[in-house]
Design a binder for this molecule. Structure first.
Ligand code: NAD
Ligand code: GLY
Length: 360
């Protein structure tokens, strides 16, 4: 391992069948090949990235993989949410077939949540599942999407409707990669951090979030996510569902806006505002606590006002197709207090419509 990189203690994701580690720190991609070789035999492998991240970070990853004995082929998908599609998943699989990759191969996903979800899905279905290494390069991906094994693509009817649980074998979160994020993409990531703060760790609302000292904050978020995933890997016990705080309305907005108009974290910011309002109305969250969440969103320039040209009807139509609508009823995550989230059945369609209107 190269000298001088500060690697924080690896965070364990202690799943019974497929435990793995998340490593967080600056400069990690320079050594990623050696770290992967500690757990997987060197082989031909796919490095899946997108058209923004590839030119910035793929060469460093490839060099390290080659040094460790892997033979990577690079597969680049267009940047953006619309790549979470069957078409792109098929292109990745076709490229792996053409390169002769088989069940002894592995796939490395280098990019944000879009690449992680899409490439993770390709790894889940290729030869009925090959090992996947996640190298997340956005804040959303480092604190949330690369950990927990949810992979998937979107359908015209809704986000993430097609997918598979496929846990990564290792997650390498190199915080130096965040330095190349444009400001808007940097700030959007804080929506998921603020979500974790709201449901589990309110002190994090005031944590140091400067880029120069971001590794401890990323690690703290990974630990929250890892603990929840370890207890409820397949979201059957009601615990993992708490991670959907702000996501029911947020996903509806993201879908209704048309993928690409709002970044994921921006849509989730609007969903968090609506969920805070509903928590004040339905579960007694003190307004002062909701205001702390809104202030944190504002500090990160995250939107709290819905763009006029996204109609309430289109959001409601998208919501009706959401996975979180359980047998036609709505299972909505609310807060009783900061750090105290629960799944409620008491939020009605009318409540949701009013909460969306209140975002205008
Ligand atoms: P993204 O992957 O689209 O990345 C945002 C933008 O930043 C893209 O243009 C990308 O090319 C660019 N980018 C990424 N890393 C960069 C870097 N280091 N430097 C410069 N540019 C870079 O979006 P995201 O916000 O990372 O992820 C959102 C996706 O994640 C959504 O599809 C969402 O559904 C999914 N998600 C999944 C989970 C899960 O548990 N699987 C959890 C949260 C979010
Ligand atoms: N991002 C929600 C989950 O992983 O369950």
């Amino acid at each position: 391992m190269s000298a001088g990189s500060t690697v924080h203690t690896p965070i364990e994701v202690p799943l019974a069948r497929s435990p793995y580690q998340v490593i967080v720190g600056p400069g990690l991609i320079r050594d990623c090949g050696a770290r992967i070789a500690e757990i997987l035999k060197p082989s031909r492998c796919a490095l899946v990235t997108d058209s923004n991240v590839g030119p910035l970070h793929a060469e460093a990853v490839e060099a390290s993989l080659r040094q460790a004995g892997f033979e990577p082929i690079r597969i680049t998908v267009p940047a953006g949410e619309s790549s979470k599609s069957f078409e792109q998943a098929a292109k990745i699989c076709d490229a792996m077939i053409a390169a002769g990759l088989d069940r002894s191969s592995m796939l490395v996903a280098l990019g944000g949540g879009v690449v992680g979800d899409l490439a993770g899905f390709a790894a889940a279905i290729y030869y009925r599942g090959i090992p996947c290494i996640q190298i997340p390069t956005t804040i959303v991906a480092q604190v949330d999407s690369s950990v927990g094994g949810k992979t998937g693509i979107n359908a015209p009817g809704g986000k993430n409707l097609i997918g598979a649980f496929h846990q990564p074998r290792l997650v390498i979160a190199d915080t130096d990669t965040l330095r190349t994020l444009p400001p808007r993409e940097f700030h959007e990531g804080f929506a998921e951090i603020i979500k974790h703060a709201a449901i589990r760790d309110p002190q994090m609302l005031a944590a140091d979030d400067s880029l120069d000292n971001i590794a401890p904050l990323i690690a703290r978020n990974v630990a929250i996510k890892a603990a929840i995933v370890a207890e409820d890997e397949f979201e059957t016990k009601g615990l993992r569902a708490l991670l959907n705080f702000g996501h029911t309305i947020g996903h509806g907005i993201e879908n209704a806006a048309g993928y690409g108009r709002l970044l994921h974290g921006e849509a989730i910011s609007l969903g968090l505002v609506a969920a805070c309002r509903l928590s004040v109305e339905k579960s007694g969250l003190p307004q002062a606590a909701a205001d702390q969440i809104l202030a944190a969103l504002a500090r990160h320039h995250l939107p709290q006002i819905l763009p006029d040209n996204i109609s309430t009807d289109s959001i409601l139509a998208a919501l009706r197709k959401d996975k979180k609508f359980h047998a036609g009823a709505i299972r909505f995550v609310l807060l009783r207090a900061l750090g105290d989230a629960f799944v409620s059945d008491s939020v009605t369609a009318v409540d949701i419509e009013q909460a969306i209107e209140a975002l205008r």
